[in-house]
Design a protein around this ligand. Structure first.
Ligand code: PYC
Length: 310
């Protein structure tokens, strides 16, 4: 299995160039459902230690269904198959450029939730337009055991997010453990309360947002992902969901650019245009760096062939 590893603001992406499971043909969304249903061991083996690392997202390259797209891609972490992944798309663009498969310019990439136009601005910088993002519910009350009552917005940015703004705990590196515990409790409370995305979609990401002390930065976030790890980048899909809330509140005009920071200080530039279905089309710009290229080996007698699940 030929892979290339990069990180986007500290958040790792492993692009799988070949050697992945046979998911058949057809719409990428149905191939993603097949990956989630039948190939959990593959996902774990690629991403979990000892081959992978905490937080790592896999980007499985596949032939696109749409002939106008340069490639299809299904993103997954060690907890779930994702609809979309912003940091993964930036890592993908930079990795394809490293391999000489992408020159500065624009391509289209097909994901299970839609087509993503992507432009390589330079060898480390990618700009992408995410799928239409929107807020489903505003100020949803939630009783979180131990932490008490809070409210959050339920929004979509290619994945589903519960967004608490302002975070009851300051979003800073020294609080990462506390933020992780709080976000896990919020996600559990959403599940207990039956709070889901549209059509019962699982709400598997949580954003804790706060203002930044830096006047050039609009906000700082902590994002919990389905694998129970936090996003080291500002989370492309989470930032998109948050942009949709800002737009719905009239707090950000179309075309106005802001900087969003992650809990460890990685940055994206963000803006949006109105979308055709009443939501927004977010544009994200961020940087990634390639770290390694290699072949993963899964020996038959390896007791941790499928990764360490504890
Ligand atoms: O950047 O969209 C993102 C993302 C989702 C999960 C991890 N990163």
């Amino acid at each position: 299995m030929h892979v290339i590893d990069s990180h986007t603001g500290g958040m790792p992406t492993r692009v799988i160039l070949d050697g992945g499971p046979d998911l058949g043909s057809g719409a990428l969304a149905s191939r993603a459902r097949r990956l989630a249903r039948d190939h959990r061991a593959f996902c774990d083996g690629v991403l979990r230690a000892p081959r992978g690392q905490p937080g790592m997202v896999g980007a499985l390259l596949l032939p696109p269904d749409d002939p106008d797209c340069a490639t299809g891609v299904i993103y997954f972490d060690a907890g779930a198959v994702l609809g979309m992944c912003g940091h993964g798309t930036i890592g993908l663009g930079v990795s394809l450029s490293f391999l000489g498969r992408l020159s500065p310019g624009a391509i289209r990439v097909e994901t299970p939730v839609g087509v993503i136009p992507l432009t390589l601005l330079d060898r480390n910088t990618v700009q992408l337009t995410n799928v239409e993002s929107y807020r489903l519910r505003q100020s949803v009350p939630l009783d979180v055991p131990v932490y008490g009552r809070m409210t959050g917005d339920l929004a979509y940015g290619g994945n589903w997010f519960f967004i608490v703004d302002p975070s009851p705990v300051p979003v800073q590196p020294s609080n990462i453990r506390v933020l992780n515990d709080l976000a896990l409790a919020i996600r559990d409370a959403c599940e207990s309360a039956g709070i889901t995305g549209a059509s019962g979609a699982k709400l598997d990401h949580v954003v804790l947002q706060c203002q930044s002390d830096d006047p050039t930065v609009h906000g700082r976030n902590f994002v919990l992902c389905p694998d129970d790890e936090y996003d080291r980048s500002p989370c492309g899909t989470g930032s998109s969901a948050r942009l949709a809330c800002l737009a719905a509140d009239g707090r950000l005009a179309p075309g106005e650019e802001i900087v969003q920071e992650s809990v460890i200080g990685s940055r994206y530039r963000l803006s949006y245009q109105p979308g055709p279905m009443g939501g927004i089309l977010p544009t994200l710009t961020g940087s990634a760096h390639v770290m390694a290229e290699g072949r993963l080996i899964f020996e038959p007698g390896d007791p941790f062939r499928e990764g360490i699940r504890y």
